[in-house]
Every structure is written in structure tokens, then in C-alpha cells.
Design a protein around this ligand. Structure first.
Ligand SMILES: [Zn+2]
Length: 113
């Protein structure tokens, strides 16, 4: 369950930032998650609900934006979107592809009050 350490990382990022900005509460944490990043926003939300208790991030809502994948197939030269559930080239079926985007993970923005 690597989402737990990811969630701890998010908290370590957003808490000092929000406190520095004089926030009383963090309402929303916006994330950018690549399709291939293997991170489930719902898991982050459940962990956050637990570990943010007693901090200003308690009750904060996770809002995730999915970054679609772009990949280049090494077998046929296909360039485009590859479904992360299939993880193979839609043209030739090869699994030998280079992922150009889709592994992103970042905290984009936080909404405070
Ligand atoms: Zn291909």
C-alpha cells in the first residue's frame, strides 16, 4: 500500500505551505496523477482522512486530475495514447513501448480558508 507514504508526502508538502500562507484550514488538495502512476485517488483520500486528523488538513478533499498517457511503440512506431489497463500498443499489440507522459504525480494546488 504505497499510497500511505504518498499521502504522508503530500501532507509534508501542503501543511508548511498552508501554514506559511496563514491558512486556518485546508479545504482541497488538487493532484495531477499520470494514468500510469499507479496511484488511486480514493486510497489517498482514505489515508488522508486518518493521518490528517488534528492538523489543518483534517477533512480536506482530494481532487485528482488524470494525466493521460502518451507512448511510442518500439515495434511499429505508433505514437499516442495507451490504455494503462491493457498496457500494450493498440496497433500491433506489442508491450515494448516507451512512455512519454503518464507517470506524473504532483500537488498542483491547495485551497485554504
Ligand atoms: Zn505497435
Amino acid at each position: 500500500m504505497h499510497e500511505l507514504s504518498i499521502t504522508e508526502g503530500i501532507l509534508k508538502t501542503v501543511l508548511p505551505a498552508a501554514e506559511q500562507g496563514g491558512a486556518k484550514r485546508i479545504l482541497e488538495i488538487r493532484l495531477r496523477i499520470g494514468e500510469f502512476a499507479d496511484v488511486i485517488p480514493e486510497c489517498i483520500q482514505s489515508y488522508l482522512d486518518v493521518i490528517a486528523e488534528g492538523t489543518i488538513a483534517e477533512g480536506a478533499k482530494i481532487v485528482a486530475e488524470t494525466v493521460p498517457s502518451t507512448a511510442r511503440c518500439r515495434s511499429c512506431g505508433f505514437l499516442g495514447h495507451i490504455d494503462h489497463r491493457l498496457a500494450k500498443c493498440p496497433d500491433c499489440g506489442s508491450t515494448d513501448f516507451e512512455l512519454l507522459t503518464g507517470r506524473e504525480f504532483s500537488v498542483e494546488e491547495i485551497a485554504c480558508e
